[in-house]
Ligand binder design. Structure first.
Ligand code: HDE
Length: 821
């Protein structure tokens, strides 16, 4: 810290203020004396004296020399702040501690930025309060505008009306260009062990350290009001509010991207959004322009297989993996760097919908994912994900048959294993969707010391893009001060003004270097973010390395990792999408790409579209596939079935059918067991309310078959009925869809008759047991060997925890599953 020299206070007001103006000329002399009280006099003198002392303490810019030389570039010097003689020395005004209800009391503590407060400070509750205008004036009448007489015209003077309408007219902000539809949640990240060997990034500093986070999940193509369960990649964006600043990991559920250059990315997004002529289809890729573009860009092939898999129709946000996609860098305190890929693995396992179900949910509940996230957090079934990293050196990366800077490629787990490093828990819903989920602004460039970028060209362009987009979306350069975006650490720099500036910067110093502010805020040197000094000696060119030209090996790897059921679903998805394409040449061109991936896949898709497999498209570079590309031949980790999860039945929604004349006691027993285990059972009836008005304990239908159709439930319990029920088409369709969507059924007593009526086989083909269908008979031994209801419920819960039962080859209506799924 530089030394200070104390100078004696100068004499006289003019000398003190350094100005001829002094107090207002009209002020009477005696009053003037009162204003310039000894105390005020002392403060002015202290400030003046203190500033002079600060300036004198810095005879020259002490950091100037350190701006030069390679060594200094690697090890930037920290600034050397000079402490002022007193707090008031660097203040704007000596009246700064004049207090009031608005101003607060006293000066801020030195070095404090009060816009960085916990969200609590921003929350508003109007309990017990009267309505006011935005100026805080109490509103006497909120139902009538000010008029000239009861039947007269409205007066321009009505400022209450004018303000209210102005605000209403401006309530919308531009939605995100992509990822417009989203849902968010608060939570925390907890580190398992210190990772200091690998990185100095704050969230990984010590075992058990918790860092607050805000997560936003989204679809990519759909607009803000589109449906949740469309076939699409999901955004998985995490903002870590670390004690070293904000770090945003803005990832998706696809481990690879469709493009690897920023120049082609906007096109690749445009083609997947709605048709520019007729605005349809909404939030879907099943149209000509998407497939026209994709079939001319073979690098999209890998990601197309991800999108045509069930990964693109997740069961919920709780059951999908997230990926950082790009290769990033970890940097440790010694300055050593390794490459890193980030993975979020859901504790509830990876589970998806089937297409027929997704389509039905779109109609029955377009907010399905959003609601599921909200309700699971409200009910205490907090979604959890494990963060795992793949860490590898530059030398290892060089040896890989693909380029780690190519975002259309993954690093197979079989090549670089996953290392679990911590867990993410989402334990709080936002207070307000707009203030938090809509206004949250992510940016890949938000990194903290310990995390750095690779030269992935897509990542580099994202670093630019996200700041740019927020300027328009959030209306100016101060969007970081919006409470959800503000870090939990202090923000100090010389950026001033701009739309919606919340900070009231104290003092006149807004530049660096300075001496009048004691050199503050000063540059942090090695305590601050320094970029990894990667050597660069290349020509300036537009182009791609040749390793990027292998478009099919990883598409093949993905396909080989899939189970037969998953392959069937992908065939069905390609057939569905391409059937919607109206231009035959585009369909054929897509299949000519598929022919480069796998003959069987191309053949089955072509068969469904009614043409023979065309010749494969010629590879872009004849020798683009080096022999050792096959270093990893199979990656079972790419199958959804690879991660069944550990959450069991937690949060799984079970419909217990309440039909006329059903036997209630066993249903109540099942309900209690399921609820105890953390599942969400609900009575679904033909009408709302109690089956038996006379019996106060009789179960009450929570919702009706129409309001919550089959697709919205993870499983169903079919009751035993005492009377002879009439045929009920709605009930039959309910159980059919449960079966068709491969979901578990618990059937009590003669409930099996409903299944038979609906055409559902109790046993699988070759008379083998269906593990997803548990039948219980009150009298005697059950057909499936269950000896009691308790046992049957236990087996039903095991079936529920397994989610889907893909052994059912046949649809109840006799269609091939590959076609219907
Ligand atoms: Fe984005 N992306 N993106 N992106 N992206 C946006 O930023 C963009 C890319 C991703 O919940 C936008 O704040 C460009 C890849 C997610 O708020 C926008 C390029 C991946 C989210 C934007 C990419 C993503 C966005 C829209 C090519 C997968 C939602 C609003 C260089 C890893 C974040 C906004 C949220 C959002 C541009 C490439 C994922 C327009 C130009 C690759 C999860 O700035």
């Amino acid at each position: 810290m530089a030394k200070q020299r104390k100078t004696p206070p100068p004499e006289g007001i003019g000398a003190i203020l350094g100005t001829m103006s002094g107090p207002a000329g009209s002020t009477p002399a005696d009053r003037r004396k009162e204003d310039i009280s000894p105390e005020r006099h002392r403060r002015i003198a202290t400030q003046k004296d203190g500033q002079a002392a600060l300036a004198e303490a810095v005879p020259a810019n002490p950091l100037k020399a350190s701006e030069y030389s390679a060594d200094n570039a690697r090890r930037p010097k920290a600034g050397d702040p000079v402490a002022p003689l007193a707090d008031g020395v660097t203040g704007s005004t000596v009246t700064e501690d004049t207090g009031s209800a608005k101003l607060g009391e006293g000066s801020p503590p030195a070095g404090n930025n009060r816009t960085i407060t916990p969200l609590d400070a921003q929350r508003v509750d109007s309990g017990g309060q009267a309505l006011t205008t935005n100026q805080g004036v109490a509103v006497a009448d909120n139902q009538n505008s000010l008029k000239a007489g009861l039947r007269g015209p409205v007066l321009l003077e009505d400022f209450v009306l004018r303000e209210k309408i102005m605000h209403f007219d401006h309530e919308r902000i531009p939605e995100r260009v992509v990822h417009a539809r989203g849902s968010g949640a608060h939570g925390y990240f907890e580190c398992y062990d210190a990772l200091d060997e690998l990185t100095m990034a704050a969230p990984f500093a010590e075992a058990g350290k918790q860092t607050p986070v805000f997560v936003r999940f989204s679809t990519v193509a759909g607009e803000r009001g589109s449906a949740d369960t469309v076939r699409d990649v999901r955004g998985f964006a995490v903002k870590f509010y670390t004690d070293a600043g904000n770090w945003d990991l803005v990832g998706t559920t696809s481990r690879c991207s469709s493009s690897r250059t920023a120049t082609s990315f906007p096109t690749s997004c445009i083609r997947s959004s709605r048709n520019p002529t007729s605005p349809c289809p909404q939030a879907a890729s099943a149209h000509d322009t998407f497939w026209d573009f994709a079939s001319l860009m073979p690098e999209t092939m890998h990601m197309l297989l991800w999108i045509m898999s069930d990964r693109a129709i997740p069961r919920g946000y709780r059951t999908m993996q997230g990926f950082g996609v790009h290769t990033f860098r970890f940097v440790n305190a010694k300055g050593e760097s390794r490459f890193v890929k980030f993975h979020w693995n859901p504790m509830a396992g990876t589970h998806s919908l089937v297409w027929d179900e997704a389509v039905k949910i779109n109609g029955a509940d377009p907010d399905f994912h959003r609601r599921d996230l909200w309700e699971s957090i409200e009910s205490g079934a907090f979604p959890e994900y494990e963060l795992a990293v793949q860490v590898f050196t530059e030398e290892e990366a060089e040896s890989f048959p693909f380029d780690v800077l190519d975002a259309t490629k993954i690093v197979p787990e079989e090549l670089v294993p996953l290392k679990p490093v911590g867990r993410l828990v989402l334990n709080r819903n936002p207070d307000n969707f707009f203030a938090e989920t809509e206004q949250v602004a992510f940016c890949t460039a938000n990194v903290v010391p310990g995390i750095d970028f690779s030269n992935d060209p897509l990542l580099q362009a994202r670093n630019f893009s996200y700041l740019d987009t927020q300027l328009l979306r959030l209306g100016g350069p101060n969007f970081q001060q919006i409470p959800i975006n503000a870090p939990v650490v202090q923000v100090h720099n010389n950026q001033r003004d701009g739309f919606h500036q919340h900070a009231i910067h104290r003092g006149r110093v807004n530049y660096e270097p300075n001496s009048l502010g004691g050199g503050c805020p000063f540059q942090a040197g090695m305590r601050g973010f320094t970029s990894f000094p990667e050597p660069m000696f290349e020509d300036k060119v537009r182009g791609k390395p040749e390793k990027f030209a292998d478009h099919y090996s990883q598409a093949r790897l993905f396909l080989q990792g899939q189970s037969d059921v998953e392959k069937n679903r992908s065939v069905a998805a390609f057939r569905f999408e391409l059937t919607r394409v109206q231009t035959p040449a585009v369909r054929e061109r897509v299949v000519s790409l598929l022919a480069n991936v796998n003959d069987e896949l191309a053949g089955r898709v072509a068969d469904g579209l009614g043409f023979a497999v065309p010749d494969p498209q010629p590879p872009v570079l004849a020798e683009a596939t080096p022999a050792d590309l096959a270093r990893v031949e199979r990656s079972p980790a790419l199958s959804l079935l690879h991660r069944p999860g550990t959450a069991g039945v937690l949060g799984r929604r079970v419909a217990i059918l309440l039909t006329d004349e059903c036997e209630c006691a066993p249903l109540q027993q099942v309900y209690a067991r399921l609820a105890d285990a953390g599942a969400v059972p609900r009575y679904v009836g033909e009408r709302l309310g109690s089956l038996d008005q006379a019996d106060a304990d009789a179960p009450q239908a929570d919702i009706t078959l129409e309001a919550a159709p089959s697709a919205l439930w993870d499983a169903v319990v079919v009751p035993h009925r005492t009377g002879i029920p009439g045929r009920n088409g709605q009930l039959m369709e309910f159980v059919r869809d449960q079966y068709r969507h491969c979901k578990p059924l618990l059937v009590l007593g003669n409930g099996t008759e409903l299944l038979t009526e609906a055409g559902i086989p109790i046993l699988l083909e070759h008379a083998t047991e269906d593990p997803g269908l548990v039948a219980w008979f009150e009298d005697g031994e059950a057909a499936d060997g269950a000896s009691g209801l308790e046992d049957a419920v236990t087996r039903f819960m095991a079936a529920l925890a397994a989610h889907r039962h893909y052994d059912r080859e046949e649809d109840p209506l006799g269609c091939e599953r590959g076609r219907t799924g």
